[in-house]
Write a protein that binds this ligand. Structure first.
Ligand code: NDP
Length: 325
């Protein structure tokens, strides 16, 4: 089958498009004919080797796919079922999605939600599904649009773009933080009411600042997240899912103990199936597909390596779908 494969070599690692023996697929009770995948930040880390996300070699990168079941020994799936997968170690410990076939555990699969095609599901991808997990976390905390605006950082990226569309669709006034002011019209088209400069949040700030937003979705981390927390309104919360700006968190406890705010951690990789089903049901029901189309670029599998390198440099706008089948 055709695949992108990462191999370990003396100088580090090689990444090539070519043939991969299907007999070398890993254990699993369902074989899926992959029709679409996407490029997520973690795929960029895998392809560049900038962080040790790949745990075995050779590795096929790709942490998410949509496709059709080819054969199944799992009671929930039959040949012909349309399915999708996010995370569970695919593209890290288990051979991933950037290939014509994948063999995985049926327990990892989610039926393609009604109302979404395979390409749309991968346009949402892990980035968009994580944006929904962030919205769900804020709602679980009891926050609602009447509490005040929501800040989205890394706004022109994948998580950020979908988060803006989802929050705006749910009635929030969205403030978008970006290092690419030239993307202001794009971000406003997705539903942002106000654009702020990434630099206004990235320098070390005070433990408490002016209260500016009630909620936040952060894919950047580091000083940006610390400043977000310092400027969150009394009783508000920030859902943190990413580290595009750094893994550290140079913050103080002041916002927690003086403003009663909460920092909500969001992980998509090991999220339980019930949470995934709810997130995908809501994505199919609530995400404006016209906005999804605006944020999406489609490429072929053989062209995926360069954009995967670019995503870790913050150069990709919105979402990239990889057409495979
Ligand atoms: P993208 O690269 O598409 O978006 C990240 C955005 O962050 C960029 O577009 C840019 O937005 C901004 N950015 C990039 N570099 C910096 C920097 N040095 N300082 C400040 N801002 C920066 O990635 P994704 O949206 O796919 O993923 C975002 C993050 O979320 C990643 O860290 C990823 O690993 C994480 N993630 C976590 C998941 C989880 O399960 N917790 C699941 C999915 C993603 P702009 O130009 O607008 O400023």
């Amino acid at each position: 089958m055709r695949a992108i494969v990462i191999n370990k070599i003396d100088a580090g690692q090689s990444v090539d498009f070519g043939d991969f023996p299907e007999t070398d697929l890993m254990e699993g009770d369902v074989v899926v004919r992959v029709s679409h995948s996407t490029i997520n930040y973690k795929d960029g880390l895998a392809v560049t080797g900038k962080a040790p996300v790949v745990r075995r070699f050779p590795m096929i990168p790709g942490i998410d796919f949509a496709g059709v079941v080819e054969s199944s020994e799992h009671p929930d799936f039959r040949a012909g079922d349309a399915v999708l997968l996010n995370g569970w170690g695919t593209g890290e410990t288990h051979l991933g999605a950037w290939a014509e076939r994948s063999r995985v555990k049926g327990d990892w699969l989610v039926p393609l939600p009604k109302g979404l095609g395979a390409a749309e599901a991968m346009s949402i991808g892990t980035a968009g599904y994580t944006a929904m997990l962030c919205l769900m976390a804020l709602e679980r905390h009891g926050l609602k649009p009447s509490d005040g605006p929501a800040l989205v950082t890394g706004a022109a990226g994948g998580v950020g773009s979908v988060a803006i569309a989802l929050l705006a669709g749910a009635g929030w006034r969205v403030i978008a933080s970006t290092g690419r002011p030239e993307e202001s019209d794009y971000l406003k088209g997705l539903g942002a009411s106000e654009i702020i400069e990434r630099a206004s949040l990235s320098a070390p700030g005070r433990p408490l600042g002016k209260e500016r937003w009630a909620a936040g979705v952060d894919s950047v981390g580091s000083t940006t997240l610390a400043n977000m927390l310092a400027m969150t309104r009394y009783g508000g919360a920030v859902a943190a899912c990413g580290l595009a700006g750094g893994m550290d968190l140079p913050a103080s406890v002041a916002p927690f103990i003086l403003r009663n705010i909460a920092l909500l951690g969001v992980d998509s990789v090991m999220a339980p199936k019930t949470v995934r089903l709810e997130a995908w049901r809501r994505l199919a029901a609530e995400l404006d597909l016209t906005k999804l189309a605006v944020m999406t670029t489609t490429i072929r599998l053989e062209d995926a390596i360069e954009p995967a390198r670019s995503i870790v440099d913050g150069k990709i706008r919105g979402r990239i779908v990889i057409e495979i089948g």
